[in-house]
Design a protein around this ligand. Sequence first.
Ligand code: FPP
Length: 244
Amino acid sequence: MIPILKKNRKKELILPKHIAIIMDGNGRWAKKKALPRTAGHTFGASNFKTIAKYCSKIGVKYLTVYAFSTENWKRPEEEVNSLMLLFKEYLKEALSDFQDENIRVKVLGDKSAFSEELQELILNVEEASKNKDGMVLNIAMNYGARSEIIRAVKLLVNEVQSGNISIDSITEEMFSKKMYTEDQPDPDLIIRTGGEYRLSNFLLWQSAYSEYVILNVLWPDFKTKDIDDAIEKYSNRNRRFGGI
Ligand code: FPP
């Protein structure tokens, strides 16, 4: 039991090992305040940093955030550019002050679509944090679960064709290892802000037995207390994984 989570809570809480978050609602948050959508993303990025640090502090082992989907390229150029700028700023920050945090950063998704500068920053941050043994922070960027599954199929077909494995030997575990999340455990808890009840092409393979908490809060308004509340809800769920 993590003491920080115990305050004012009656029951022992179960801390999920892996939390995944769909950070939705930046645009609506900005609209409500008569601000441009890009301002919503700026506040959203700042909130992401607060929440990531909090999750690390309370002992979450893996945190996966959905920062940019393969479909988000369809947004207006100005919005895409402002998101790319926020990613760059965050990664630069991660390389300097973030050194004190015991967080390992990993980017999930097809990095080849990003500018050279952004690709280099991603590689540098992944490399600089690779020996950290605290929380693993997966940032899903240019990520789409369907293309992740196709990628896994191609990797396995390649191994079959090169004679390393036989088709009949392919297992779920082998398939999981071909996902961007590789050896990581599947998410126990998926939180979606913004109130929509859908997965939006996020972690389709890994979420087979995840518990969902959907909140009506817009992402920039999501607070550390909302994490505590989601963990409390998760703790009250009866996970049976298909058993009884
Ligand atoms: C969905 O809200 C949010 C996104 C597409 C971007 C999420 C990105 C961040 C929170 C910034 C992350 C920053 C870093 C550094 C990882 P929306 O724009 O679709 O909101 P809406 O549904 O209200 O329009």
